[in-house]
Design a protein around this ligand. Structure first.
Ligand SMILES: C[C@@](CO)(OP(=O)(O)O)[C@H](O)COP(=O)(O)OP(=O)(O)OC[C@H]1O[C@@H](n2ccc(N)nc2=O)[C@H](O)[C@@H]1O
Ligand SMILES: Nc1ncnc2c1ncn2[C@@H]1O[C@H](COP(=O)(O)OP(=O)(O)O)[C@@H](O)[C@H]1O
Length: 299
């Protein structure tokens, strides 16, 4: 048992996000094809008198440092389950955009859980950790496992998927975030009176993912939340147009947005698309990243 543990955890993009009708509990059933991408946060935990959260990085000012922080909630949940005092300092080195549709908060929750488990020597089983993750949020279990997975239910029930080869992405970060509940509410408003079929994953998309075929994957990318995100943030249409004009195979809103994701044919093309996106003035930053990436890992 060491006095400090650091865990690295990736962001995600949803290569397919099929959304069903609102459930009585307010959530939506999903067919959520998650892919972990190589943009990372790092969470470092150290023994401390009391629970404390600090955060560094360009978006750090937007991260809550109280007990609503998902990293703090994860530490509290594990401590409660094992009858421990949650005395830790959690430091988040944040590179994943905040409220960007890339599951940054979920990533920090999963990372803190793995880090506290190692620091405290609780040796929780994978199933227990996944259980706690699902209590923390719909996206948190995927941040733990990484790679590629199909999330059903509200996204928390995972089936690992094969992802052959490396995919090259460009992420265009927008100014400000979008609230996930607000985007789901806008989805409901836009679909009022519409009969929404049960969400299912596309066989073509899963086959392209398994083969590592970027061109076919590009044609199959889809996000049912995109119209809602565009309705709340119309300027994202300009970013999508700029990325496509710059030679991306395809572009889409990442999850609930407002980050937009572009699939490129190769690393060279990704670099060119990122440069053109930044020059277009339609985003605040453009970053290249590869997928798949491994889930929360002690470093
Ligand atoms: C949309 C997605 C796609 O992966 O990601 P983001 O874009 O936020 O990263 C996820 O479904 C977000 O998951 P997560 O951010 O963990 O959401 P949660 O904390 O579980 O739920 C926040 C709120 O979002 C709505 N919500 C979330 C998941 C779901 N399947 N149906 C919903 O309607 C509900 O209003 C819920 O109260
Ligand atoms: N560790 C964290 N990092 C970022 N945001 C957090 C964290 N913990 C709680 N939050 C809250 O969660 C909200 C959603 O953030 P985030 O997970 O980054 O985006 P998204 O749900 O779009 O993927 C933030 O606006 C913030 O209030």
């Amino acid at each position: 048992m060491s006095a400090t543990v650091t865990v690295r955890v990736p962001a995600k993009v949803n290569v397919q996000l099929a959304v069903g009708a609102a459930r009585p509990d307010g959530f939506h059933d999903l067919a959520n094809v998650f892919l972990a991408v190589g943009l990372y946060d790092e969470v470092t935990v150290t023994e401390s008198d009391e629970l404390r959260v600090t955060c560094a990085g360009p978006d750090a000012g937007q991260v809550p440092l109280d007990r609503t922080n998902l990293a703090a909630r994860a530490a509290l949940a594990l401590a409660e389950r094992y009858g421990r005092r949650p005395g830790v300092h959690l430091h988040i080195a944040k590179d994943i955009p905040v409220a960007g549709g890339m599951a940054g908060g979920s990533a920090d929750g999963a990372a803190a859980l793995v880090a506290c488990d190692a620091l405290w020597g609780t040796n929780a089983s994978r199933e227990e950790l996944l259980d706690i993750c699902a209590e923390l949020g719909s996206d948190v279990p995927f941040s733990l496992v990484g790679g590629a997975a199909l999330g059903t239910g509200r996204g928390e029930k995972l089936r690992p998927l094969e992802a052959g080869g490396t995919f090259h992405w460009v992420f265009a970060m927008a100014d400000g975030g979008l609230s996930t509940p607000a985007v789901f509410r806008e989805f409901d408003r836009l679909n009022e009176g519409v009969r929404i079929p049960g969400p299912t994953a596309s066989d073509e998309l899963l086959a392209a993912l398994a083969k590592g075929d970027a061109h076919t994957l590009a044609g199959a990318l889809s996000n049912d939340l995109q119209p809602a995100a565009l309705s709340l943030r119309p300027s994202l249409a300009d970013t999508l147009a700029a990325g496509r004009a710059a030679g991306a195979l395809a572009g889409l809103v990442s999850g609930s947005g407002p980050t937009t994701a572009f699939l490129a044919a190769d690393a060279e093309s990704a670099t060119a698309v990122a440069r053109a996106l930044l020059a277009s003035g339609t985003c605040r930053a453009a970053r290249v990243a590869e997928s798949p990436a491994v889930g929360a890992t002690v470093v």
